[in-house]
Ligand binder design. Structure first.
Ligand code: LMR
Length: 328
């Protein structure tokens, strides 16, 4: 009968669709904005390598560095639409999704990277990985880059030297407040535009860790870098909850394992490369690296610390306290 024929056709269509699904590799696009020779760039490549080693052609990981696929201004929206599956934006770029991660932008909060690590791996840091859940995003872990320094066309030693100067910042109100606290002018701009903005002198300076200053050649258009260590630039690896839950169990398990290992590798790179890139910049002779003494540092701390109070409500006093405890 006709009905039987239709059932038969429909049935075979379904079977071939299922076979097609099984045969089609799962594509995982990992987009980021930095160069490949950075902690995040290398972690992404290690993830790709491990996935290929362990799952062969079943999962195809594609890595897009240097804002090739999406800049950080678009990547999370794109993730929710299913156009990219993994990203690792800096912790300064989640403000539209949660206010809690603003903790990581507070100036002069963490003593050093070991303190950052203790905080991130502790209960409060781990809970922050779930702070994007209501928006459909999941944190898979943190990747370090390092502490930020100020760079500019003029030598900057004390806060008054920064007054009136235009600094490019990431999309973070805390970072805006930090520069306003020293009477500088913050401008929120995408990472991909920083070199040109500096080169054309549309801005006077910026803040970044050594590996970004080196790999993006910012030092070539910034005659002075002041080693302020005033704030942190780290990342959260994120994926969409929908994508993650739909993965076959064994793929999800392998993917998490590979990501954990890639993150550990990236963090080791961060520890080693910071010093190497700093030295390469000094050796270039293009830029003068300025060290500040205790007295000068105290002036920066005094000027910028009031920013904490301004954001305490949004972040949570308990979260700030947990970060401070990690310094001990
Ligand atoms: C920046 O925009 O300065 C950083 O977030 C870039 C990065 O990913 O390190």
């Amino acid at each position: 009968t006709l009905a039987a024929a239709i059932t038969l056709v429909a049935g075979s269509l379904l079977t071939s669709a299922a076979n097609l699904w099984a045969a089609t590799p799962i594509t995982v696009k990992f987009a980021h904005v930095v160069a490949e020779n950075t902690p995040k760039g290398k972690a992404a490549l290690r993830f790709q390598e491990l996935m290929h080693e362990r799952l062969g052609d079943k999962v195809k990981v594609e890595v897009y560095p240097n804002s090739q696929l999406f800049g950080d201004d678009k990547v999370l929206e794109a993730m929710l639409l299913g156009d990219v599956q993994i990203a690792a934006p800096s912790l300064s770029k989640f403000q539209k999704y949660t206010k809690q991660l603003q903790i990581f932008d507070l100036p002069f909060l963490f003593k050093d990277m070991a303190a950052v690590d203790r905080f991130q791996q502790g209960p409060v840091g781990q809970k922050l990985l779930t702070s994007l859940e209501r928006k459909g995003l999941m944190g898979l872990g943190y990747i370090h880059n390092g502490m930020k320094h100020l760079s500019a066309y003029d030598p900057i030693r004390v806060p008054a030297d920064a007054a009136g100067k235009k600094f490019r910042i990431q999309t973070s109100d805390v970072l805006a407040a930090q520069f306003e606290a020293v009477d500088a002018v913050p401008l929120k701009k995408p990472f991909s535009e920083v070199f040109t903005l500096l080169q054309t002198r549309a801005i006077d300076g910026t803040e970044n860790p050594w590996t970004n200053i080196y790999s993006k050649k910012f030092f070539e258009v910034q005659p002075y870098i002041t080693e302020t260590n005033h704030g942190l630039l780290d990342y959260m690896v994120v994926t969409s909850a929908r994508f993650w839950k739909k993965l076959p169990d064994e793929v999800r398990t392998e993917m998490k394992k590979a990501m954990d290992e890639a993150i550990a590798y990236g963090n080791q790179v961060a520890r080693e490369q910071e010093e190497k890139d700093r030295q390469l910049i000094i050796d270039s002779g293009v830029t003068q690296v300025i060290s500040i003494g205790e007295q000068e540092r105290a002036l920066w701390v005094e000027a910028m610390r009031p920013v904490w109070k301004e954001f305490e409500k949004e972040i949570g006093a308990d979260v700030i306290q947990a970060a401070l405890d990690a310094n001990q």
